[in-house]
Design a protein around this ligand. Sequence first.
Ligand SMILES: C[S@@+](CC[C@H](N)C(=O)[O-])C[C@H]1O[C@@H](n2cnc3c(N)ncnc32)[C@H](O)[C@@H]1O
Length: 348
Amino acid sequence: MPTTLVVKIACRDAERGRRALADAGVLRKDAIPQRTPEFVFFPVTKKIPLDVAHSFSRKRLANRVSAQPFKTTLAEFLSKRELDAAVTSFDLVGGIAVIQVPARLEKKKKRIAQALLRANNRIETVLRKTGGRTGAFRVQRVEWLAGAKAFSATHKENGCVFRVDLRRAYYSPRLSTERQRIASLVKPNERVLVPFAGVGPFAIPIAKRNNAVEVVAIELNPAAAKLLRENVVLNRVSDRVRVVEGDALKIMGSREFASWADRIVMPLPHSAKSFLPSALHALRRGGVIHFYRIVEKRSGAHGGERELEREAREACAAAGRRFVKLGWRRVIKYSPALAEFVLDFKAF
Ligand SMILES: C[S@@+](CC[C@H](N)C(=O)[O-])C[C@H]1O[C@@H](n2cnc3c(N)ncnc32)[C@H](O)[C@@H]1O
């Protein structure tokens, strides 16, 4: 295999570098970039100056055999029934595609991953979900299938950059619209608590949009908290975001945060209900809570949104607070029967 001219760029600058290379028309699409934990090697047609640290060298890179659609490539080696069973949608986190492969296609999982790698020139790594999100940290179980063996990536969302590590900390690109909605609601001088902050995709855009806010981001998982601290620095919001590592139940319930918050974002949809009493302790009178839950997908008289409302009303009544509903929306589909909903409410 012949060598290719490559430019080596640190992962944290890789997306900026990739865009500059693409804009200059020198990024080759016929070879697959190679990623190591620290660097990405992009194949290029010629050397150009870049405003991120970089160096040029030569490397052997795998070729993209075709740029035909994923499904067309799959049809070359899957039967009609297998093709019907295949899941062609995937999550893209930086250069990592996370796919689902049904058990009946187990033996063909590597070929499926290779096909995706070849079909999409933004993808450098293909991982497969091997189970649901488990434990308090809600981390996704994944296995590597193709491309560079990487589990960490730099992902862009809502004008911010996030270092993520899919094996060690929660991150899902599916909530980006909801995160943008929340950031757009925050007004100058607000104090915002994000008790289940993960690597920062709610807390950081809020601070990035508005330089007169005070955000406290709480995270229990030490690996996620470490990435969150890095992301706060990376996005230059250290003066507005304080990271507190620990249990949100205790931290929100502490004297330090009594009536502290104007707004609390509670993105822990499996168990946020049990955190409502301490969130109400931390919320000033008239403050807003965004309360996420996974409930029945259907809406209407007996729909999921009614369940959220009942839980929030009960928690407010128990805390001697008046509940005022602002609105609700279905955030994402979770399973055939369930969906994630958010209820926005005020508590006086
Ligand atoms: C569903 S994830 C959401 C993360 C982030 N907000 C996002 O949208 O990517 C929930 C996060 O809450 C954290 N977590 C779970 N229990 C917690 C607790 N008691 N206190 C603080 N964080 C907690 C998990 O480690 C995980 O990172």
